[in-house]
Design a binder for this molecule. Structure first.
Ligand code: GLN
Length: 241
């Protein structure tokens, strides 16, 4: 059994260790004897999304987002069909913004893939912070954000409620989006090493989409859980355990 990950434009969209998310998924699979192959997709390479069990889009600066816009738009139809069909997609920050209708900068607008009904506009300051959010299923999720864009998610389900930090726009108290098998978030860190429950959720979705059994053998997550708890304790103190 081999799971396949398509990592889109790792040369342009890979801020604050986003690639660590792929390392985490790969290791957590390998520790359970599930083989993972990651294909890094560059330039104007065309891929067949149905060959993949996860598509990953990391974060990038506004300039890098402008550079990938045309490449991404050339895949709009195929990537939309993949998501609508239940394909698993994880997107961080710049990648998250590009899933929406647009990202409005001061002097131009980057059109997005319109996979999510979300809109992003640049603000006058950057939202930079450690972040703790709460998700009903996974409990707390920790990460780090650094974005100029403010994202408004309309009727979408957020990934979580902000307990510490800014989240989507610093005002409505929500962070990220969950839509079908898409997990989109502002959280870098990288995100997955310190959030093992979320990592295993993504692996289960990948297995499920492949029609494979989704019962994962437990791993010793002492180190991961300690790293997670350190952030929760540091920023929430005794408010939340
Ligand atoms: N360039 C985008 C912004 O500043 C995304 C940044 C990021 O991916 N960290 O909002």
């Amino acid at each position: 059994m081999k799971l396949r990950i398509a990592h889109l434009y790792p040369d342009l969209l890979n801020l604050y260790g986003d690639i660590g998310n792929i390392t985490t998924l790969t290791k957590r699979c390998e520790w359970r004897n599930i083989e993972v192959q990651t294909d890094s997709i560059y330039g104007n390479e065309k891929i067949s999304f149905t060959d993949y069990d996860l598509v990953f889009l990391g974060g990038g600066s506004d300039r890098e987002q402008l550079l990938v816009r045309d490449k991404l738009m050339s895949m709009k139809k195929e990537l939309t069909a993949y998501v609508e069909d239940g394909g698993v997609l994880a997107a961080v920050c710049g990648g998250y913004q590009l899933l929406g209708s647009y990202y409005k900068l001061e002097n131009e607008t980057i059109e997005g893939l319109e996979i999510l009904n979300i809109q992003t506009e640049i603000g006058s300051t950057r939202l930079i912070s450690d972040v703790v959010i709460e998700n009903e299923k996974f409990g707390t999720i920790v990460g780090f954000e650094n974005h100029g864009g403010r994202t408004y998610i309309n009727d979408h389900t957020p990934l979580g409620k902000v307990l510490y930090g800014n989240g989507n726009n610093g005002t409505d108290g929500f962070e990220g989006v969950m839509y079908k098998n898409v997990i989109a978030t502002y959280l870098h860190g990288s995100l997955l090493p310190k959030n093992p429950k979320l990592s295993d959720h993504i692996i289960k979705l990948m297995l499920e989409q492949r029609g494979l059994p989704t019962d994962l053998s437990p791993l010793d997550d002492t180190i991961e859980n300690n790293a997670h708890k350190y952030i929760v304790d540091r920023f929430l103190g005794t408010k939340k355990q």
